[in-house]
Ligand binder design. Sequence first.
Ligand code: NDP
Ligand code: HSE
Length: 432
Amino acid sequence: MLKIGICGYGTVGQSFIEHLRVHSDKIKSNISEEYEISLIADRSIDKKEHDKDIAVTKDAMEMALNPAIDIIIELMGGIDIPYKLITSAIKNKKHVVTANKALIAEHGDEIFQLAEKYNVYFGFEASVAGAIPIIQTLTNNMSNENITSVTGIINGTCNYILDQMSSNSLEFSDALNEAKKLGYAEADPTFDINGMDAAHKISILASLIYKVKSPLKNTHIEGIENITTMDIEFSRELGYSIKHVGITSKVNNLIQCRVHPVLVHKDNILSQVLGVMNALLVTGDKFGTSMLYGNGAGGDATASAVVANLVEAINFSCNRDMRNKSIFKNSGSHSYDVMKNDDIISPFYLRIYALDISGVMAEITNILAKEDISIEAVTQHEPTDSDSPIPIVMITNNVSGSSINKSINKIELLAHVEGKVHAIRVLKTDDK
Ligand code: NDP
Ligand code: HSE
């Protein structure tokens, strides 16, 4: 009988136990040895309803040293304590499953090597894109050819907020509160909003695919804090929706790893990914482009991926057979050059506030023309009163980050332009 310990009895931890309860027969039919939940560690367990037959502790580290525990399920979040817990658990020959993307993005290479050294199972399927089996797919089915790019909506909270702002005209803060109530947001939702959570996820994918060390530190990170309902409305008028995406790709020896908002044309399939759903478009040199789509956050969806890893961990502990061994091989061994954000070429959406005075538009277009930037679409809105600046919205042709930034700096200095110019990349058709 294998003994399971759970660290963290919050949104995912509680859904995980419920999943095991509801589907115990199905799970039993997939495993080669019986298991039981022996211990739950949670610092505020006394405030939470739990099965009184399961022993509890407030001290997660107790789990790592407990000789009776065979498999640890880490669902606490954070980095330092889970790092200590997981590394000492592995050294104590325990198998580990985690949903913790922050930890993997920071310490994945080291933990993978440790797991291989101690010959224990280490599963982290739930760390990227919730219920979508992207880790399994990339490291098994898609691991026999070159993956040229992954473009995905990988933060459920951002997608939910942008969708609620767009479809239900919800204010940003109301949509965020809903996402928190539904269990989508991180314990500190700043990580969702400022792009850090998506950055953790895209850098995990980049390190698995390209075997590069610490892509997080070279990841370009922008969140959705500056997206307004006005941007959403203007984009819609031009045939686009706004999404937050993660992109990693490799061309020759140059790696891109970035997360930021983009305008997605209504004909692009990613524009149809709504609510908390995630989607990843993966391109390989042989299979072409495949899309994986599913629930990207929430207790049940995430716990489903954790249960899948638990089943693998149980079977591994019996016959030491792990299909996704390639995860560990050569992890972090490849060096790479990073494509600078300034060099990345795409169309841009620009929102500029200018006084409604003749000649302003010509001044702006002249500045853009000097950088060889042409305008593909433009809309101009009526002022609310004659003294107010009007928003001018335009979509440019393909242009580098450095050219657009140079032009923006000059536009902001124009006498009749007010405030900052807001720029968002437009997803290129070959990013789809
Ligand atoms: P919660 O905050 O809901 O749950 C975490 C639980 O762990 C809480 O009960 C918390 O106690 C407890 N805890 C935190 N730190 C410690 C500690 N040092 N010692 C003991 N107990 C501790 O988070 P989630 O369930 O949402 O997320 C858990 C993990 O899963 C995170 O790594 C998250 O990034 C990841 N994840 C979450 C998804 C989601 O949709 N929610 C999706 C994919 C991954 P307290 O209540 O006192 O804070
Ligand atoms: N907070 C994360 C999100 C949870 O919203 O995507 C899933 O990783």
